[in-house]
Write a protein that binds this ligand. Sequence first.
Ligand SMILES: Cc1ncc(COP(=O)(O)O)c(C=O)c1O
Length: 359
Amino acid sequence: MRAKPQSFDRVLSSMCTEPHPDAREAALQFLATNPGDPGTYPTVAALEDDAITALGEITGLEEPAGYIASGGTEANIQAVRIARERVNTPTPNVVLPESGHFSFRKAADLLGIELRIVPTDENHRVDIDAVSESIDEDTALVVGVAGTTEYGRVDPIPELARIAHDAGALCHVDAAWGGFVLPFTDYQWNFSHARIDTMTIDPHKMGQAAVPAGGLLVREAALLDELAVDTPYLETTAQATLTGTRSGAGVASTVAAFEALWPDGYAAQYERSQANADWLAATLEGLGYDVVEPTLPLVAAAVPTGTFDALRSKGWRISRTGNGELRVVCMPHVTRSMLESFVDDLAAPTVRERSSAPL
Ligand SMILES: Cc1ncc(COP(=O)(O)O)c(C=O)c1O
């Protein structure tokens, strides 16, 4: 095969990144292992326990339980599935902020659940009153996002958890992207801050593990039992994951990245990424663009369509929010010099002169 993977040097829109060298090495070593069959592959199964213990430490979960999923999509689907099993109604619903990831739409489709989408406020965080109004006795799950995909916002998680439990529903936090930076902030987002039942936290995003490494955590192991099906031909008797055979690469690289980076390496990376986001936001503002304040390392700015297209044609891998803003995710591979070169291109007359086209 001649094809080589593309480099990350112009990738500004991805929520994945270059894996840490130790994580890459571990992924290669465990590529052909299958944690989906722990009776046959006990080494990687034991490593998965270590991975979940690591994720538990990051998220303040005292008795960690969960598994390494294929990504945030699987973890979110599974969280909805747990909640559906717990609620006693033929017509369950899930209350989701409009900032929620589209994986919940897949979950709703697959599981036959009604999604009740609630608006966000002027700061792009979920409107708590709207959540309260949407909940009823058929509500299985209330979702909060800790690090939204488009603006990096953290919903008021303790309030959401309280409202959910008062209504007899479960509370899920989607920290797929934010989970590896939030420990170094003052946000209230994890199991020790609120009575969260389930959480998505993805090592293959800010955790610098290799793809595929998503994480599903549950407050108590009994919640995982809601997912378990019998596995007659395997050495073990039940399986809670959505996929059957799955790569041990994500499991091993999660542990390797954690051992290399927790906590100081992740803290330093957060500082670098946030400083880059703050610098980019200030620079774009200086150029006259409206910028959404980067409260986590993610910048959104209202850049005209012509400019956006010109930047893409220069090879920058950028994307837009639902409102049409340019979106730059300051992942670990996104360096200051990369952003300087991006801004140079943005400020070039051939790119800026297209700015007259409306957003
Ligand atoms: C908040 C959030 N949740 C879930 C996902 C889905 O994760 P994945 O693409 O790993 O399935 C994403 C992806 O960017 C995300 O930002």
